[in-house]
Design a protein around this ligand. Structure first.
Ligand code: GLY
Length: 426
């Protein structure tokens, strides 16, 4: 089987690793990928001498045809929202990822709220604030929320456009900053309680959950500093009550999948439910139409079921016929090594050493003219450890990380800390 993976982050590196371990030994391709993926996949960055645009449906379809791909796995949301999966399906190529209409579950917060309301799914109260809003309208809207403000960029921001703050001035400043980029803002009521990321394979109305995971979105230890795309994650969640995953599937993901099918945009691919587990049970913070990063790096490290055959079954509509998923015992944890200045203004070009070991996944990396591995993005590496318990998984991940050097690199030292110390309460 020939598989083309679209994307260039540590999530796609984790997907390629998982696909490479499938006993059917697929031939792997990636576009655009990064230098760390070279041992696993043929990398495609150009088409006929010009840079390939992975959010261009025609270009991706052209590449998939030239490769003669049996399956295309689309990692990021932007190509999905742009309709890459539709173009591939129209060309008769199997694709893992929703079409443009279904991808609106991430691409349009208003659509997601509407689907959830129709499906009876618990979520935060939200109000849109258009970019033309006056100062008085912004002030009035801000005063309808608080004392914790959740201010979201309502464009596609890859999880990075959210400010959660008790500081009213900071909330107003983020509204203005998003508006100055031309995007609308979504103000939301704050959902209290520990966060859960549950990734579900969805094929129409068949829903198969993966292991639950937890992301750490703030840049510094103890959840301080600005939000990022995610600085680390672990799976599964030892503090979740028994039956929690089944409850989320029954009360959240299945009703949403059924509602989308009813609307004529059935979902096919990975539906990521981001939830807060409050006093009344789980409520949806957001849906994403793709695997999450960095949770995927931890979740896939524990999956034993052959990944290529599993993703192919979603793409060809036979998920319901698959046997139950098999998982390794124990836990997995990932820590992100970020570049100097991340998230505001990451610096590129810092030389990285010690990264050529098992457990290191690449995101923003490249080679300089001397062939050295250098930083080339905000989140640079994702280091994965596994073990019989969370303590052992942490020790393995941080042990590998201590062998990596990169000037100005920073990471959180407390991934899974609250879970290990028993500080998470439902
Ligand atoms: N883990 C956050 C995201 O993938 O958006």
């Amino acid at each position: 089987m020939r598989i083309l993976v679209i994307g260039s982050g540590a999530r796609e590196h984790a997907l390629l690793r998982g696909l490479a371990q499938d006993p059917i030994e697929p031939e792997l391709h990636v576009a655009p990928g990064n230098t760390g993926m070279d041992p696993l996949a043929a990398r495609h960055t150009e088409l006929d001498g010009t840079p390939l645009k992975v959010d261009d449906p025609a270009q991706v379809t052209d590449l998939a045809r030239r490769i003669d791909a049996d399956l295309v796995v689309v990692g990021p949301e932007i190509p999905l929202v742009a309709g890459v999966a539709d173009a591939l399906r129209d060309a008769g190529i199997a694709v893992f990822g929703p079409g443009r209409e279904a991808a609106r579950i991430e691409g349009s917060k208003a659509f997601a709220k509407d689907v959830m309301a129709a499906a009876g799914v618990a979520t935060a109260h939200a109000e849109a604030l258009e970019s033309g809003a006056s100062d008085a309208e912004i002030d009035a809207a801000i005063d309808r929320f608080g004392p914790v403000w959740v201010v979201k960029d309502d464009g596609l921001a890859g999880g990075k456009g959210v400010v959660v703050t008790r500081d009213r001035d900071e909330a107003v400043a983020h509204v203005r900053s998003v508006h100055s980029s031309g995007n609308p803002v979504l103000l939301e009521s704050f959902l209290d309680g520990p966060e859960v990321s549950l990734f579900c394979l969805v094929d129409g109305t068949t829903v198969v959950p993966l292991l639950p995971a937890q992301d750490h979105k703030r840049v510094r230890d103890n959840d301080e500093g600005p939000n990022t795309g995610g600085m680390g994650a672990y799976a599964p969640l030892p503090w979740l009550p028994d039956g929690a995953v089944e409850q989320i599937v029954r009360d959240v993901v299945e009703p949403v999948a059924e509602e989308m099918a009813r609307r004529g945009c059935p979902y096919s691919g990975l539906l990521y439910a981001g939830l807060a587990w409050g006093a009344d049970g789980p409520a949806v913070v957001e849906f994403n139409c793709r695997f999450g990063d960095p949770e995927t790096q931890a979740v896939l490290a524990l999956l034993e079921t052959p990944l290529a055959q599993l993703l192919h079954s979603v793409a060809n509509g036979t998920l319901a016929a698959q046997p139950p998923l098999r998982w390794r015992e124990g836990y997995a944890l990932t820590v992100v090594l970020a570049a100097q200045g991340y998230p505001a203004s990451p610096r590129s070009g810092d030389v990285i050493t010690g990264a050529d070991v098992d457990g290191v996944l690449h995101a923003g990396t490249a080679r300089n003219s001397d062939g050295e591995l250098v930083s080339a993005g905000g989140r640079v590496l994702s280091i994965v450890g596994t073990g019989p318990d969370l303590v052992a998984a942490r020790e393995e991940a941080y042990g590998i990380l201590r062998g990596v050097t990169m000037a100005g690199g920073h990471y959180r030292s407390d991934i899974a800390g609250p879970a290990v110390e028993g500080r998470i309460r439902i």
